[in-house]
Design a protein around this ligand. Structure first.
Ligand code: ZN
Length: 238
């Protein structure tokens, strides 16, 4: 079975729709979303509702948690905080309830998926050292995470390696942490939306990037009154 793995949608409906459309060619059966459906973008309700409609397995991210009072706003920089305050105002009750109930991890056979790290699921950022700790902490061989918005991989007892735009990662026989690119808020100087396809039987992970109407997403943010800085950096992927 193939999973479409998404992370850090950040209320960017244009980017989410582009990923769903592009990923169709892989014939995925289920969606696994590693957190931060909301925060920054102009369409939090629409993104949650689309993922709910598709029956996605969703995990809790730090922005999701903050929007439902499960994480202090003190945690965030002023731009992120302003976006969360805006999101809190526009989110429907039903969507808030949905976010409030999200689990922090998903595990199945050899796979462990989380927003941040196994030690600190929604706050801590994965890096080379944390990846080694994660592989010691969990029994599963493969850890997928988001939260960084920067794609990279770390095999057990190896150094961190960046991931190419359309890299195919063979997970067979490996203990490995993979940080996924962001769907709706890339930070690796590549403004394209990112996703991954996980083939569970083949144990292969395909990373993919797709162009989308970033201008439209950015304009919607400005019109909604979200910070100009956040709307502008979306176009640069930073
Ligand atoms: Zn995020």
């Amino acid at each position: 079975m193939r999973y479409l793995v998404l992370s850090d949608v950040h209320a960017n409906l244009e980017a989410l729709e582009a990923c769903l459309k592009d990923a169709k060619r892989y014939g995925f059966k289920r969606i696994l979303c590693l957190g931060d459906i909301v925060g920054y973008g102009a369409e939090p309700n629409e993104c949650i509702e689309l993922l709910r409609k598709k029956g996605a397995i969703c995990l809790l991210g730090n922005h999701d948690a903050a929007c439902v009072g499960q994480l202090s706003l003190e945690w965030f920089n002023p731009f992120a905080r302003a976006c969360i305050e805006w999101t809190k105002k526009v989110l429907s009750k039903s969507n808030k309830n949905f976010l409030a109930e999200l689990p922090v991890f998903f595990s199945c056979k050899w796979l462990f998926a989380i927003h941040g790290t196994p030690s600190n699921p929604i706050e801590e950022y994965m890096d080379e050292q944390k990846a080694q700790l994660a592989l010691r902490k969990v029994a599963e061989d493969v850890v997928l995470c988001g939260h960084n918005h920067i794609p990279f991989k770390v095999e057990q007892n190896r150094y961190l390696e960046p991931i190419a735009e359309n890299e195919l990662i063979d997970l067979n026989g490996k203990r490995i942490v993979v940080s996924l690119p962001a769907v709706g808020q890339p930070r690796d100087h590549n403004p394209k939306a990112g996703y991954a396809i996980l083939d569970f039987e083949e144990k292969m992970l395909a990373i993919a990037r797709v162009e989308y109407d970033v201008e439209k997403a950015s304009e919607k943010m400005k019109k909604a009154g979200l910070p100009e800085f956040v709307a502008e950096r979306l176009k640069k992927g930073i």
